[in-house]
Design a protein around this ligand. Structure first.
Ligand code: ATR
Length: 273
C-alpha cells in the first residue's frame, strides 16, 4: 500500500486524512493517508524515517513548513518563493521534492470555485506572515493591477513586497494608510483565530463591489467576514475551499489524477456545521 500522511504538531484535528481518503475513494486510488504527530524537536529525523520506511509523500502543516523547506533535495519554484513546503514527494531515486500548494489552492478556490477574476484587480492582502508569503507568487502570476500587503508590523510587509517585487506590482502599507476601496481583500492574518480583526478603515470596502476572502474558516462566519458583510461587501468566502484545493493539488502531484474537490468540500462543510 502506498503510504502518505500529514506531519504536524498538534495534528489531532487535521482534516487532511478525511480529505485524502475521500479523494482516493473517488478516483479509485489504493493508498493510505494518516495524521502523524511529529516531535517539535525532531521533525527532520521523523520525516526522514517516514520516507526511509517507504513513505511516498506527505503534507506538512504548522509548525514544520519552514523545516520541511530546509529538508528537501529539490524545491518547486513556488515553494522556493514561499520559503515553505507543505507537500513532500519522494521520487523513485529516493530524492525528496518539496512543493507548496497553498497558493495555487487559494487561487483555484478564488477563480474556479468562486469564479472571481484576479487579472487587473486591485487586491489587498492582510498580514505578512507565513500564510501570506505562501500565496504571493501564485496571486501575482494572475496579473493583478496592484497587490497591497498591509500588516500591523509594517517592516514585515515591506520585506515581503521587496522579495516579490520582480513578479508584479506589490506594495506595502500600514492598515491606517488604506483609504481607497479594493476589488478583493484577502485576510491572511492569524487574528481570526482569536476572533480579532485587523484595524482596517471601512473605506477599503466599496459596498456591493468589494469581495472578501478569509483564509481561516469556521462553522460560523469569521470575524473578518462578518465585519466585511456588515459594510456591504459583495461576497465573502472562508478558507475551507483553499484547504480542500491545496490538498487536491498535492494529490495530483502524488497520483497524477486531479480529484473533484466539490463533493469533498460539501462533505467538510456539512461536518463543520
Ligand atoms: P502565519 O504562518 O499564520 O502567517 P505568522 O507568521 O505568525 O502566522 O503571522 C501572523 C500574521 O497575523 C502576522 O502578519 C501578524 O501581524 P504581525 O506581523 O504584526 O505580528 C498578523 N496578526 C496576528 N494577530 C493579529 C491581530 N490581532 N491584528 C492584526 N494582525 C494580526
Amino acid at each position: 500500500l502506498d503510504q502518505y500522511g500529514v506531519f504536524g504538531n498538534p495534528i489531532g484535528h487535521s482534516k487532511s486524512p478525511l480529505i485524502h481518503r475521500l479523494f482516493a475513494e473517488q478516483t479509485g486510488q489504493t493508498m493510505s493517508y494518516e495524521a502523524l504527530l511529529a516531535p517539535l524537536d525532531g521533525f527532520a529525523d521523523f520525516a526522514r524515517d517516514f520516507f526511509a520506511r517507504g513513505g511516498r509523500g506527505a503534507n506538512v502543516t504548522v509548525p514544520f513548513k519552514e523545516q520541511a523547506f530546509a529538508l528537501v533535495n529539490q524545491l518547486s519554484e513556488r515553494a522556493e518563493r514561499a520559503g515553505a513546503v507543505n507537500t513532500l514527494c519522494r521520487h523513485a531515486d529516493g530524492k525528496l521534492l518539496g512543493d507548496n500548494t497553498d497558493g495555487v489552492g487559494l487561487v483555484r478556490d478564488l477563480t474556479v470555485n468562486a469564479g472571481w477574476s484576479l487579472a487587473d484587480q486591485r487586491i489587498l492582502l492582510l498580514g505578512a506572515g507565513g500564510a501570506v508569503r505562501g500565496v504571493l507568487q501564485p496571486l501575482l502570476a494572475h496579473k493583478p493591477r496592484e497587490l497591497v500587503i498591509a500588516n500591523r508590523t509594517l517592516s514585515k510587509a515591506e520585506t515581503l513586497a521587496q522579495h516579490f517585487a520582480d513578479l508584479g506590482p506589490v506594495l506595502a502599507s500600514e492598515f491606517a494608510w488604506l483609504q481607497q476601496p479594493f476589488d478583493l481583500i484577502i485576510n491572511g492574518t492569524s487574528a481570526s483565530l482569536a476572533g480579532e480583526l485587523p484595524p482596517l478603515p471601512a473605506a477599503v470596502i466599496k459596498p456591493g463591489h468589494t469581495r472578501c476572502y478569509d483564509m481561516m474558516y469556521s462553522a460560523e462566519p469569521t470575524a473578518f467576514n462578518r465585519w466585511a458583510s456588515d459594510l456591504g461587501a459583495a461576497a465573502c468566502m472562508d478558507g475551507l475551499g483553499m484547504l480542500v484545493e491545496q490538498a487536491a493539488e498535492a494529490f495530483l502531484l502524488w497520483r497524477g489524477v486531479r480529484p473533484d474537490s466539490a463533493p469533498v468540500l460539501a462533505e467538510l462543510r456539512a461536518q463543520l456545521a
